[in-house]
Design a protein. Sequence first.
Length: 246
Amino acid sequence: MSTSTNAPGAIASPRAAGPLYPRATRYFALATAVTVAGFVPSYFARLGKTDAVHHFHGVTATTWMLLLVAQAHLAATRRFSLHRLLGRLSLVVAPALVISGLLVVRVMLEARNGFNRTFGAQLAFIDLTTLAYFAWAYVLAIRHRRNQPLHARWLASTAVIALPPGLARFLANFVPGFGTFESTIHASYAICLAITLLLLRDDAQKGRIRAPYVALGAVLLAHEIGFVAIPHWPWWQALMRSFAAT
């Protein structure tokens, strides 16, 4: 594959004739469904009351998740020509997602309501490091486009790192027993860390643990620690106020 034809899941055809990652499509579809369901009350059910920045991010993030589903299906069914053709879209979607995410963080920090005054700096830490990881993972996926195991894992990790916001909302809206915002955040990260451990165990059983899921686990753990620690980091809160003011 050349760079011009790469994107999520774009891989060189291996010799084996069986399906590639046959369960990946359903996992990506499940992650997409949970995320969309989680954002129904706060976004999809009130599209007419949402600002352009959040629409920009909603469209790019949803497109990315759907692109992962489509590319996983095309790879699993070995339709590589269509896979590479559709993959070109990621060269637009991935940068747009990062830009839209940065804009959403700034809008959040500018909105000085009670929720954002309490949690804005913590959520900004999570969002900014998520965007940085997403960009890094995407670049490495493209760089390793001829190494199918690395390519697929870097792209799969973008789905897991993006899951906590929608998953936390899903838990708050549809699962009884979550009384506070903090509890849904911690639960969503516990679930994502458990998913990452399962992915690492699967790699270990196949004889080799690769970098993508190790890096994913480290960033998820940093998010969980940061969410707890940032209220005690005045320098970060000052930095976020400066970011909002620029």
